[in-house]
Design a protein around this ligand. Sequence first.
Ligand code: HEC
Length: 110
Amino acid sequence: MRRLALLVPVLALLAVAGCGSSSGGGGGGTVAGPPGKKLFVENGCGSCHQLSAADGQGSFGPNLDALKPSAAQVEAALRQGPGAMPSFEGRLSDADIATLADYVQTSAGA
Ligand code: HEC
């Protein structure tokens, strides 16, 4: 029984770390890899889109591995928030939008 008692708080901690991180900076939220990947993960793109390179497994929005959008296409989506997708204009800086758009273009289908 001792093992179980240890495991429960660990799982609880993982769950908190998993969804609590927005772009606030500070504790936790270390995503290994390029900055674009970090942005993809931290902004929850992967909860709606599949993008294998960033472990995105969502199926609410189009599969980005299959769509292979250009950076310009990603940037337009981020700014406009097409359909059911939220707009990230104002939530992300221009530099972040460019980094993210570039990352999706180069990593889609990888
Ligand atoms: C709440 C779910 C949701 C989130 C979060 C989300 N998207 Fe989307 N996204 C969608 C949906 C739904 C569409 C399809 C919209 C449509 O065309 O009707 C879409 C479309 C797109 C497209 C395709 C645009 C095109 O030209 O066809 C790209 C690229 C994209 N999203 C990238 C991203 C990125 C990058 C992020 C993270 C910053 C993100 N999305 C976050 C739901 C989401």
